[in-house]
Write a protein of this length. Structure first.
Length: 340
C-alpha cells in the first residue's frame, strides 16, 4: 500500500471517529439528568438565582402568556420549593422535561406547570403556567399529593411507544373540540382533575388494574390499581365515564382549542403532557345536553375568556386512564400566547 492510499484511509478513519464523537456529544441528557435539571431549576427559582442552572444567553421564557426575563415572574416570587405534589416528565428524545408541581409563591401555594427545552446542555426555552387559589391560601386537597397510579412505571407488556403516547395525548384535544368522546381512547376508569377539582367521573367503584377489573387477580406491584374512587357528586350523575361526558355536549362552550403542543412523553411512566390555549367566545349561551337525567340543557352567562392549559395524561395499554390538568383563569379573550 502506497503512502497516498494510507493517508486517505487514515483520513477517512479520523472522519468516522470524529463523527462518532460528535454524535456521542450531541446525544443530550439522559432521563436521570433531565430529572436532575428540573430539580436544579426549582431550586434556582426559589433562590432567585438564574446562575444556578445553565440558561442559554438568548433563552426565551414565557409565563402565563407573557415573555419574561430571568429576574421576573416566578424567578422573583418563588418562596419555597416543591411540595409532595410533584409530577415531572423527562423526554430524552425531544430533550425536554416538564410537568406540574406545587410550590410557594409570595408565601402561598401555587401550581406551576412547566416545560424546559435543552440544546447543547443549555436551557433555551422555559415555559411557566402559574395558578393559585383565588384569594390565596390553601389549595384543594387533591393538590396535596399525587394520585399513586400517575407516577408508577408501566410494565413492558402494557407500555406504549413514545410516538403512540404523543398521538393519544393529541387525540384528547380533538375529542373536546369536536364534542366527540370516541375520538380519544379513554379507559372506562378515566378520571380527570383540573386545578385540583374532580371534573370527570369514572366508570366503576375502583381503579382498574393492569390485569383487568378489580375482581380479577391482583395486578403486579408496578401496576396502577387498587385506589378507591370517590362517589360521583350531584353534577356528575349520568356521566359514567370520560367518553360519555364529552358526548353529552357538556363542553360545547369551548369555541376552539389552539396552540396545541404535545412535545413531552415518557415511555417509562406512560406520561405525556401537552400545552394548549382554550378560547371561549360565548356567542352562544344555551347548549343542549344529551343523556344526562339531571338536565337537558345548560345556560352560561360568562363573558368571553381564554384559558391557557397544561394536561398530563397517564396512558397504558393504548388508553388514557388519568388526566391532571392545570388551567390559568382570568385571561382575556383572544390573548396572544407569548411565543409570537
Amino acid at each position: 500500500m502506497n503512502n497516498r492510499k494510507l493517508h486517505v484511509l487514515l483520513g477517512a478513519a479520523a472522519i468516522v471517529t470524529m463523527a462518532g464523537m460528535t454524535q456521542a456529544a450531541d446525544a443530550g441528557l439522559d432521563r436521570a439528568a433531565l430529572l436532575k435539571l428540573a430539580d436544579s431549576y426549582f431550586a434556582a427559582l426559589v433562590a432567585h438565582n438564574p446562575a444556578g442552572v445553565p440558561l442559554a444567553a438568548d433563552i426565551k421564557i414565557v409565563e402565563n402568556l407573557k415573555r419574561i426575563r430571568p429576574s421576573e415572574g416566578m424567578w422573583k416570587t418563588a418562596t419555597s420549593g416543591p411540595t409532595a405534589f410533584r409530577i415531572v416528565i423527562p423526554d430524552t428524545w425531544s430533550q425536554q422535561v416538564g410537568g406540574i408541581i406545587v410550590l410557594g409563591s409570595e408565601g402561598n401555594p401555587v401550581q406551576l406547570g412547566f416545560r424546559l427545552k435543552v440544546v447543547g446542555g443549555k436551557i433555551v426555552e422555559a415555559e411557566h403556567l402559574v395558578q393559585g387559589n383565588r384569594g390565596g391560601g390553601a389549595l384543594s386537597a387533591n393538590l396535596q399529593t399525587v394520585r399513586p397510579a400517575m407516577l408508577l412505571e408501566v410494565p413492558f407488556e402494557y407500555a406504549d411507544s413514545r410516538g403512540r403516547l404523543v398521538h393519544i395525548a393529541k387525540s384528547y384535544y380533538d375529542a373536546l373540540d369536536n364534542n366527540n368522546g370516541y375520538l380519544a381512547p379513554f379507559a372506562s376508569d378515566c378520571e380527570r382533575r383540573e386545578n385540583g377539582m374532580r371534573t370527570a367521573p369514572n366508570g366503576g367503584p375502583s381503579l382498574v388494574g393492569l390485569n383487568g377489573p378489580a375482581a380479577a387477580a391482583p395486578a403486579p406491584a408496578a401496576a396502577p390499581g387498587g385506589a378507591p374512587r370517590p362517589p360521583a357528586g350531584p353534577r356528575l350523575v349520568g356521566m359514567q365515564d370520560c367518553t360519555q361526558q364529552i358526548n353529552s355536549g357538556a363542553f360545547q362552550y369551548i369555541t376552539t382549542i389552539e396552540d396545541r403542543r404535545v412535545e413531552i412523553a415518557d415511555t417509562v411512566t406512560g406520561l405525556a403532557m401537552g400545552f394548549s390555549h382554550f378560547h371561549h367566545a360565548f356567542t352562544q349561551r344555551t347548549f343542549k345536553i344529551f343523556n344526562d337525567p339531571g338536565r337537558t340543557e345548560t345556560t352560561m352567562t360568562n363573558q368571553p375568556f381564554d384559558m391557557p392549559a397544561l394536561h398530563v395524561y397517564k396512558i397504558w395499554g393504548g388508553q388514557i386512564h388519568e388526566i391532571e390538568a392545570l388551567g390559568v383563569l382570568g385571561v382575556p379573550f383572544n390573548a396572544p400566547t407569548g411565543w409570537e
